[in-house]
Design a protein around this ligand. Structure first.
Ligand code: PLP
Length: 426
């Protein structure tokens, strides 16, 4: 009997005993290609000596100091690294221990910003139906994933949702990408006006949708249009790059490709690449300055925020990615992966769409290519795919069931940035 309260207590789990490069090994010595980096986390693969050494060195100096007493060199250096590379003036880095915490902090910062600047009526958040922003109550409240939200609805503040940018399903025949983006921007604007522009705090969205729609990137002008609507009504734009950021898309920040600068951005997963739990929220000068000039205190915080060892690990991860030019590999290997998937599966009757950016790749499954109907959730195709893939020595991240009630019928592939041409083919 196990005393670990696993998230799915009825599921049999093997032991992960060791990891090396793109592979994990279980207690029987069987190897698995980690083609999803867990949940798009392990972007440097496993057992990277530079990161391990950085963690050891940090532990030798100091493992942890509480952020209300001290800062640490590791936190300062990592914040400098991120701020220097972030788009626009997202210069103020607030460290957390994961993605949900980063989103939660972003929601609270947006709200506090409006309280401090004399707009206390701004309290509503608008997000999108195809979205996941985390499992803590605030992040869950804004997310669109009905299945995850359902049991907790009485505990969640009401949130407001608009359509995602889902060209494969929602772009109309004869509609250009620009027209489609414009239609979605109008929907956001209508929602803002419906709620009363002076009551809306922020629009929150994943730059590229991850778990609920399988690496779903927007059409080209989408983010520019959405930003314009937010600006017109004084609504903040919060981008959640917990999954799509930190190089996964081929750019350190995914939004760089969309020519848009949010007011707040949330990152995690690839930041520490699984070597330590760490997330962060980057805020613009306007927001930071308002807090400093106002109460002078962001009313938030966690015991482990800015954890020195986690910061040292994340800095080493990011320095290796830059030193080894791994983002160029992300772009090249991503193209290769989509190309090989299209050759092998593109005409399969149950494969509707193969998509993504960089090494953030989704395959959407359908009952038939023409009808695009989602697979029957009762068949648990995703669970069977995962089991069969593991049997064959492959880890990938499947989601199953409904499309508009949001869960998606797809697998997500997010291999480590170090993977080679041959790894992708295998
Ligand atoms: N936001 C997005 C886009 C995510 O994909 C996730 C996790 O999958 C989260 C937030 C929550 O992150 P965490 O599981 O680290 O709390």
């Amino acid at each position: 009997m196990t005393h670990v309260f696993h998230r799915n207590p009825r599921q049999h789990l093997d032991f992960a005993m060791r990891g090396q490069g793109i592979e994990l090994f279980d207690q029987n010595g069987k190897g698995y290609i980690d083609a999803s980096g867990g949940a798009a986390v392990s972007c440097l693969g496993h057992g990277h000596p530079v990161v391990i050494q950085a963690i050891k060195d940090q532990l030798d100096r100091i493992a942890y100091a509480h952020s209300s007493f001290f800062t640490t060199q590791a936190a300062e250096d990592l914040a400098d690294f991120l701020a220097e590379r972030a788009p626009g003036d997202l210069d103020h880095v607030y460290f957390l221990s994961g993605g949900s915490e980063a989103v939660e902090a972003a929601l609270k910062l947006a709200r506090q910003y409006f309280v401090e600047t004399g707009q206390p009526a701004r309290r509503h958040f608008i997000a999108r139906r195809q979205s996941y922003h985390g499992n803590t109550l605030g992040a869950l409240a804004i997310g669109g994933n009905a299945w995850r939200r359902e049991p907790f609805l009485p505990l969640l503040v009401p949130a407001h949702h608009v359509a995602p940018c889902y060209a494969y399903r929602d772009q109309l025949p004869g509609e250009s990408e620009e027209q489609y983006a414009e239609r979605l921007a109008q929907e956001l604007e209508q929602k803002i006006l419906e709620l009363g522009a002076g009551n809306v705090a922020a629009f929150v969205a994943e730059t590229v949708v991850g778990a609920t729609a399988g690496a779903l990137a927007p059409v080209k002008t989408y983010w520019r249009r959405m930003r314009e609507v937010c600006d017109r009504h004084g609504v903040l734009l919060i981008l959640d790059e917990v999954m799509s950021g930190m190089g996964r898309s081929g750019h350190l920040f995914a939004c760089a490709e969309d020519d848009v600068v949010p007011d707040i951005i949330a990152i995690a997963k690839g930041l520490g690449a699984g070597y330590q739990p760490i997330g962060a929220m980057l805020a613009s000068g306007r927001i930071y300055d308002a807090i400093v000039a106002g109460s002078g205190f962001f009313q938030h915080g966690h015991t482990y925020m800015g954890h020195a060892t986690a910061c040292a690990a994340a800095l080493a991860v990011q320095e290796v990615i830059e030193r080894d030019h791994l983002l160029a590999n992300v772009l090249a290997r991503g193209e290769q992966l989509r190309g090989e998937l299209r050759s092998a599966l593109g005409q399969h009757r149950n494969v509707g769409d193969i998509r993504g950016r960089g090494l953030f790749v989704g395959v959407e499954f359908v009952q038939d290519r023409a009808g695009k109907a989602a697979l029957d959730p009762a068949q648990k195709t995703h669970a069977r795919l995962k089991t069969q893939a593991m049997h064959n020595g492959l880890l990938m991240y499947p989601m199953g069931g409904t499309i508009d009630g949001v869960r998606g019928d797809h697998v997500l592939l997010a291999p480590p940035f170090i993977c080679t041409d041959a790894d992708i083919s295998e």
